[in-house]
Structure formats: C-alpha cells, structure tokens
Design a protein. Structure first.
Length: 638
C-alpha cells in the first residue's frame, strides 16, 4: 500500500504537555506493504469468543408457594431446581419471570446461583401488599439450582421459566442475540400513531402484535424477541400474559398490577404464527405499550451482528445515591459499561437490573445506546415508588448507555450481571504479509461497524536518531486510504533525548488529533472503542484504565468499512513524508479484549520490515489476544 502524503496527516498540537516541533510531527497511516516476503514464525489461530446461546421456551410454571404452602419468611432463602425436563444439564443460565405476592412488609428479593454468597443486589422491590414481577436472568448454581432470598416480612413466590442459555454449537448462530436500538411496535392508546392504536384490551381479551418485520427486527430468521411491555390506564387489578401467537395460553403471568397503576416488565417470548406474539389481559381494561430491544436468531440470518451471552458476578456500575447526581426532569446520564467490572471492551449489549429510588414524581426511564433518544421506556413508576426492571441494553460504539428521566427527580441504580459479545466466525489460518510501517493483525471481508481493544503502552529506548511508535485499533486502513482509528503514540526526540507520549484519534485524510485531556505513561493499559452510532455518525472512545481518565467524541465517517485492525505502527514523519524508524520499544505490546462487529472470512498477520530486517512481529492470535515484540522473534501469546 502507498503511504498518504504527509501534508494530509500533519500533527501540530500540545500533547502530554510537550509542543511537538515540525520535525517530529507524525502521521498515522494505512498499511504500507514492504517488498519483502515473510514466512509465519508460528501457526496462527483466529480469535474466538466464548458465550452462550438462548433457547426460548413456552412459559412454564416451576414454583408457586401459594400452592405448596412454603411462603418465604423474613431473611428466608429457598432453592429451586431449574435444570431438568426442557432445560439441559449444560445450561449456564436461565431466564425466569419472578413474581412476589401476598407481601406483608416492604422488602426486596435477590436471585442468585445456589451455593454462592448472596450478592448485594435486588431483583424485585415492593411495599406491603404489592404484587410485583420482574424478568431475571440468573446463572445456574450447584445442583442445577438457583436461590431466592427475601429481605423482610413474608411473601409468596411465583416462578415461571422463559428459556435458558447454553454453550453455542461451533460455527452456529442458532440462539444468538442481535441487539437493536429500542423501537416502539405497539401502543394501544387512542391516537398514539403506533400499531394497534385504539385497541385497548378489555377483560379476558387477547391482542396479536406483529413482532417481525418491524422495529428493526427482520421478517424471518427470528426465534424470539426481547420486548419491554408496559400496561397503563388500568381500571382494575389484573395481569398480562405474553406468549407466541397461535400457541395455547400458558398458566403464567408477565405483568401484575392494581387499578390505576402503570407497570413495565421485560419479556423474552418466542414468535408464533405470522411472526406475531399474543398479549392476554385477565381483568379490567388496560392499554398496552410494546417496545422491542432485540431478537434471537434461528441461525438462518446472513447479516447483522450475532452475539452470545456471558454471565458475570453482579457489579454495580451506577448508584446516584452514592454520587449525589440524581436525575432531574428531562436529564440524562452517560454510563460507561464496556471495559469495566469484567465486561470486555467488545461487548455490544449488557444485561442489567435498572432500579429507580427516591422518586419525586410519576415518570419513566429510557435506556438507549446514545444519539437520538428513541420513543421507548424501560422503567415506569409513581411518586415514592422503588421500581426495578431488567434491561438488555444495546451499547454505543464507545461501550456506553444513556439513561434519560422524563419527570421529577430520581436516583438510578444499575447492576450489571452479564453481557453479549459478537460471535467471531472461525477462519483459515492467517495469511502473513510484510509492511514497512505495520505489525499486528487485521480482519478482512467486512463490513465492520465497530472495533475495540485494550493494549499496553511501552517504553522507547534512546537511539541515535529520532524514532516513533504507535499502538491503535481502527477500521479500514488495510485496503484503502480511508481510516478511522485511535490509540497512543511515543516519539523519541534525539535532539533533546526526550520521549513524548500522547493519546490521539484520527480520521484520514484529516490530521491526527492529540487528546490533551489525558496524560498517558509507559505501563498504562488503554482501551479503544470505535463504533457506528447511526449512518455516518461514529463514536470514538479512549480510556486509560490505569488512571481512569476517559475521552469520547462523535465524528462523521463514511469509509467502506472493509477491514478492522489492531496495530503497532511506525508512523509517517510529516517533515520528510517518510515512514519513521520504529522505536525500540519494551516490553512487548499486548492486545487483549479484541472485538469487532462484522463477520471475518480472512485474518492477516502483519510483520514489520525495515532496512531488509524484521523489526516488529506479532505472536499467535488466540482467544485472549496477541502480543507484539520489537525485533524478529515472535513473542508468546497472552
């Protein structure tokens, strides 16, 4: 590949407290091929992402303590076997609709794997006399069981099985999840402007809702949809059951309410006849609002970004009671998710419980990836209520979610308990090529709509000349002159015997932009997330995990999206228009948490050759990532 003219990449800014002179300005360029053929130092393997696929089931009642007479008392725990029958022994997690009723005191319920300590989280919250339901995705514990802990008073417990997660079959996308930005697909309120407007549900009535071919859900290849279902304008106490159209109505409920209440709950439901789902209202009249968040594949889809689920120990990623930043009316908060608390940088969606507390007015929350706020709601409440709801939230390109509050003030608590990462399709062993300015790995055969990775920042040794090194993740540089990228650069200035280090982002042909709000040091680990928000709007995020300082920006990009890359580079010096002498860096640069949105059919290992000698070479590519070493000896993979 040819190197772009230096004038298109000239860097002139204060970075890391140092003003770069014209002679030291650098460009971060597409890969340039060297006229040297290099043989792979070792056999390479494409990275793969472990995770679990979802199998949706017709709702099945597993427990009803009103029937068994085994109500939970204060600080009481009961174990429930969830493996067996339709749930195989290989299941890693189950989806349960959990309902509490006949509650004698205000309290909360925690659901967690049997055999583990009770986590400091709640899945359901209630006041005395309330009947409350919430969807729970919980890992399977010892003996194929899960535990239920009641904090106060006594309560009856009703548990309905919705489905399960189990290891995905190699090379299959059956049961994979495809995340969407929330979209409204039904609103029965008169004049709503959405499907089924004016079709308020009366007592004992059923409404068919089209779930495929709408809201970003494709018309075919859909096994189940993830929807948020809200009832409002309720005239009597009742419940709603959601199930596949054309199937027999199960003895299960998804939402429960009292007269006048507005209640929401997440539902995982298989699609039925004609790609529809059915909603049954037991009593009184109620308006119903349905927002779709994503869907699970039958394995026949050829596009999109299929992903698999991994459960983690619950981690609290936001509690405005602790930060003193309660959301006011019309306010929103940006919450970084990817790269924190065991959630990898390439996560595309997070499974979390979102709870509101200290509410001063009736309102709702909308959780979305960012950009234009969708017409959707995730949690609904009246003044003074504490209300949780499970949310599988699609992440932005920078790995964040935005949470919006409509009215009044409210505290918001977010507990993450799992995440979805893209399936990486197995490929043939990588092809090895030589380049005068790149070393690392690239994926081809896009399109790619995101790339992510975490790398270590090395130290440059003194040299008899000015040298430079850069580490980055990006899209499009391998096969064309367009490129969106971000990373860290190090320059050894021979004239002053100093090294300058700075983070930066770049969209060719514009020059690289130093991130002056971050101070990066050797030994730091840095995470880069780049992703398409919508259309030509892209998000670029850089986080120094060692210092905790983050930077993000939304930019316009319209490249072909043909490749994704993780690279150690010898940048182009703007003073000469030539590739810099690669800096002698140490220790090895390690790339981990690699992620990209796209299906790769080819992987390329890139070895850097300068002056006829190999000067930078990557290790084998594994599921953990890869390392890049200065010199000609391939390092050990992480």
């Amino acid at each position: 590949m040819t190197i772009l003219p230096a004038a298109r990449r000239r860097l002139s800014a204060v970075a890391a407290g140092l003003l770069l002179s014209a002679s030291a300005a650098l460009g971060l360029a597409p890969m340039a091929q060297a006229a040297v053929t290099v043989t792979a130092a070792s056999e390479r393997a494409a990275a793969s992402t472990a995770g679990a696929a979802y199998s949706a089931l017709a709702p099945t009642r597993l427990l009803d303590t009103r029937v068994t007479g085994s109500s939970l008392g204060p600080q009481g725990t009961t174990a429930l076997t969830v493996v067996g029958g339709s749930v195989p022994a290989t299941a890693t997690a189950v989806a349960l609709n959990v309902t509490v009723t006949d509650t004698t005191a205000a309290g909360y319920l925690s659901v967690y794997p049997a055999g583990l300590s009770q986590p400091v989280i709640s899945n359901l919250n209630w006041i005395r006399g309330e009947t409350v339901a919430n969807l729970v995705i919980v890992p399977v514990g010892g003996g194929g069981r899960v535990d239920f802990y009641n904090s106060a008073g006594s309560t009856d417990l009703v548990v309905d099985l919705e489905g399960y997660f189990a290891p995905a079959a190699a090379g299959s996308t059956v049961g994979s999840y495809l995340a969407l930005s929330p979209a409204r697909i039904t609103d029965t309120r008169t004049g709503s402007g959405y499907p089924n407007a004016g079709a308020t549900l009366g007592p004992g009535s059923t409404l068919a809702v089209q779930a495929t071919g709408v809201g970003g859900v494709p018309p075919s290849g859909v096994a189940a949809v993830l929807v948020n279902v809200t009832v409002t304008n309720t005239t009597a106490a009742g419940y709603l059951t959601v199930y596949p159209a054309g199937a027999s109505r199960p003895s299960a409920s998804n939402l429960n309410w009292t007269a006048g209440a507005t209640v929401a709950n997440r539902v995982l439901v298989p699609v039925g006849a004609g790609g529809q789902i059915s909603l049954y209202n037991q009593n009184g009249s109620a308006d119903v609002v349905v927002d779709v968040d994503g869907f699970f594949s039958t394995g026949t889809l050829t596009g999109g970004n299929p992903s698999l689920f991994t459960a983690i120990d619950p981690v609290r990623v936001l509690d405005t009671r602790q930060t003193g930043t309660a959301l006011g009316a019309g306010q929103a908060v940006l919450v970084q998710i990817a790269g924190l608390g065991g959630i990898p940088a390439n996560a595309i969606a997070v499974a979390a419980n979102v709870t509101v507390a200290n509410t001063t007015a009736a309102s709702y929350l909308t959780v979305y990836p960012g950009g234009i706020r969708p017409v959707a709601s995730d949690v609904n409440w009246t003044t003074g209520q504490v209300v949780p709801n499970l949310t599988v939230a699609t992440l932005s390109g920078s790995g964040a979610i935005t949470i919006y509050n409509n009215a009044g003030n409210t505290d918001v608590i977010v507990d993450a308990f799992g995440y979805f990462t893209p399936i990486t399709t197995a490929t043939a062993p990588p092809t090895t090529v030589a380049s005068s300015n790149w070393s690392g790995y690239e994926l081809g055969d896009g399109p790619y709509t995101s790339v992510a990775g975490t790398f270590t920042v090395p130290t440059l040794s003194a040299s008899s000349t000015t040298t430079a090194t850069a580490e980055w993740a990006g899209i499009d540089g391998a096969a064309n002159s367009s490129l969106i990228q971000a990373g860290v650069a190090e320059i050894y200035h021979h004239s002053t015997n100093q090294v300058s280090i700075f983070a930066w982002w770049e969209i060719l042909p514009a020059p690289a932009t130093p991130i002056t709000t971050m101070v990066v040091s050797p030994g730091d680990t840095v995470t880069v997330n780049i992703g398409q928000v919508s259309g030509t709007t892209w998000s670029i995020s850089v986080r120094d995990n060692t210092t905790g300082v983050s930077f993000s920006t939304d930019q316009v990009y319209s490249g072909p999206l043909s490749s994704a890359e993780w690279i150690v580079e010898a940048p182009t010096m703007s003073s000469t228009g030539t590739v810099a002498t690669l800096g002698d860096y140490s220790p090895n640069v390690t790339f981990t948490n690699l992620g990209s949105s796209g299906t790769s059919l080819s992987t390329t290992e890139v070895v850097m050759v300068q002056g006829g000698a190999v000067v930078s070479i990557p290790s084998a590519l594994t599921s953990a990532g890869f390392a890049v070493a200065y010199g000609s000896v391939a390092p050990t993979a992480p």
